[in-house]
Design a protein around this ligand. Structure first.
Ligand code: HEC
Ligand code: HEC
Length: 510
């Protein structure tokens, strides 16, 4: 296993990151990575397959002879596989030479990004083709890459087409070729990795091999959770959160469950993933615009085909529809939607659905036709649904924290101090998830505190992890990990019943 560690704001390595990463990784073939992974204690212990391990190594460290970026540059594990402005600010301060900022560093790549990267966390994307670089681009937030095994099966009832065979990216058509998650890697390398904007494969970057495509897909499919909840069965011990659960499902209140069935990304009637025009396109967050973002389709059109923002002329490409993402994973990743324009908290995203853009949207009209009345819910319901989603998100965070701590426990039991660095990495990433849980459990001033006792347990778990990281013997570390697991479990037990997540093994990689 290559030794380069995650780039995280907590562990700045100023200076030579890009060169380090390249020196470690560029020469490795997929087979080299599989061979190295056969020696990885997580693989030896049976926690992770060699395929997932090797795919993770490509995702986090392979630069494809490009500008130094990896997938982990924009999908960092320690930030829920996404970028936001606080993370970007901290990175710019700790490591201004990070390849995320390559557009500021290399004149040949000045037009790779726009100032909106630093200001709003928005990435320049040529989703409709590379033929008119100055004008034909959109700006999008970075989606997390969690739980994709559940969220990418297309539902053609939305009027879209197949291909794309998978729904990837904010408009569901993010991958080139047949549009599969496997092919997404090729598209991302072409979009984000070039050393010049001619983007000629073999010159500006190298293309992934078939084996690299397979391995990276296997890793991505093993991230996050691998099952859906059953919200009918879930019961939350916080009364307002539990009423928020009912509001989320009730067509006379939130109506959310129609599109985000059980808090995920699939449609209630089919169990597959649909695109909708929810009106978010009319609220772009940004100033430096090529085309407005028309969503799904529109590739290779010579001229705009849609008036995205009601400007009175055609100014974008697509059918106006965007892809439904899962909500459980979204809560601790503000701001929300493809524009990064709604937040700053989950309540801001919930309130969107009784705001002017959604109310005037085709998606809302469809729901009105189905249920007989326009969508409407109260401010009280906004807070209750926010609380409900906060508890689900915290439970998800804590389960991943526990998964990582239990893996560290297995490794310390079996290997003591051999490759202790991996145990420490897992413990630190467990701490990151506990911090996320604490953040989402901290409801705004004026609200009834949410699970205060659990929050205290989580602070105790963090102290145990800190002590375990500092421990000088493996047996001290072993006992700290074990206590940390009990504290997390104790906190988690207070949330309610039937909040049962199955987790992918990719969560153990970094
Ligand atoms: C410069 C930042 C950046 C880099 C580097 C990057 N991505 Fe992304 N990623 C994005 C953005 C922005 C989107 C949204 C694209 C869209 O809407 O089509 C995205 C979307 C995705 C999605 C869709 C997620 C979903 O839930 O539908 C996947 C999968 C993905 N990226 C994988 C990768 C892989 C694999 C790599 C490495 C080859 C990579 N990304 C590198 C910025 C980046
Ligand atoms: C008609 C289908 C539909 C309904 C009903 C719906 N959503 Fe959504 N939701 C979407 C789509 C589509 C997106 C992505 C929009 C975009 O990116 O522009 C989305 C995005 C979101 C996001 C942001 C996810 C992220 O990763 O940024 C949240 C949070 C969310 N919805 C919550 C809710 C809640 C809460 C309700 C009920 C009040 C609800 N949704 C009702 C279709 C729907």
């Amino acid at each position: 296993m290559a030794t380069a560690f995650i780039t995280s704001c907590a562990e700045p390595e100023p200076g030579s990151d890009a060169e380090d990463v390249e020196a470690v990784s560029s020469g490795l073939t997929a087979q080299d990575r599989l061979n190295l992974c056969a020696q990885d204690p997580r693989v030896i212990a049976g926690l992770v397959s060699a395929q997932v391990c090797a795919g993770a190594d490509i995702f986090f460290r392979e630069t494809f002879e490009g500008n130094g970026r990896s997938c982990g540059t924009c999908h960092p594990v320690a930030n829920n596989f996404t970028l936001d402005v606080p993370f970007i600010d901290a990175l710019a301060a700790s490591n201004p030479l990070d390849p995320l900022f390559v557009a500021d560093l290399d004149p040949a790549l000045a037009e790779l990004e726009t100032p909106d990267l630093r200001a709003l966390g928005l990435i320049r994307e040529n989703v409709d083709g590379f033929e008119d670089l100055p004008n034909k681009f959109v700006l999008r937030g970075v989606p997390h890459t969690l739980s994709m095994s559940l969220t990418i099966a297309p539902d053609l009832a939305d009027g879209s087409t197949n291909p794309p065979v998978h729904r990837t990216g904010w408009s569901g058509d993010g991958a080139p070729g047949n549009g599969s998650l496997r092919e997404f890697l090729t598209g991302a390398v072409t979009q984000h990795y070039p050393t010049d904007l001619g983007r000629q494969p073999g010159v500006a970057f190298r293309l992934p091999t078939a084996q690299e495509l397979d391995l990276t897909e296997a890793f991505q499919l093993s991230l996050g959770r691998t099952n859906e909840l059953n919200l009918q069965q879930v019961n939350l011990s916080d009364p307002e959160a539990n009423d928020g659960r009912l509001a989320f499902m009730d067509p006379a209140r939130g109506r959310c469950n129609v599109c985000h069935f059980n808090g995920g990304a699939n449609h209630q009637s089919t169990g597959h993933n649909r695109n909708f025009d929810t009106g978010t396109r009319k609220a772009p967050a940004t100033g430096s615009i090529g085309a407005f973002d028309g969503g799904f389709g529109g590739q290779n059109l010579a001229t705009p085909n849609i008036d995205v923002v009601d400007a009175g002329f055609l100014n974008g490409f697509g059918d106006g529809k965007f892809n439904t993402p899962p909500v459980i994973e979204a809560v601790d990743n503000p701001p929300f939607f493809h524009t990064n324009a709604f937040g700053p908290t989950i309540e801001g995203a919930v309130a969107f659905y009784i705001g002017p853009q959604f109310s005037a949207s085709p998606a809302a009209a469809e729901l009105t036709a189905q249920f007989g009345t326009p969508i409407s819910f109260t401010g009280d319901d906004i807070n209750k649904m926010g609380r409900f989603l906060r508890v689900l998100s915290a439970a998800f965070n804590l389960d991943i924290a526990k998964q990582r701590l239990q893996a560290a426990q297995t490794l310390v039991n079996q290997f003591h101090n051999t490759r202790a660095d991996i145990q420490l990495g897992l413990m630190d990433l467990a701490r990151v998830e506990i911090d996320d849980a604490l953040e989402v459990l901290a409801v705004g001033a004026g609200a009834t505190p949410l699970h205060s006792v659990a929050q205290t347990r989580l602070q105790e778990a963090k102290s145990e992890i800190a002590a375990g990281l500092a421990a000088t013997t493996w047996s001290q570390r072993q006992s700290r990990i074990s206590t940390a697991i009990s504290r997390v479990q104790n906190a988690r037990d207070q949330f309610g019943s039937n909040i049962t997540f199955q987790l992918g093994q990719g969560n153990l990689m970094y």
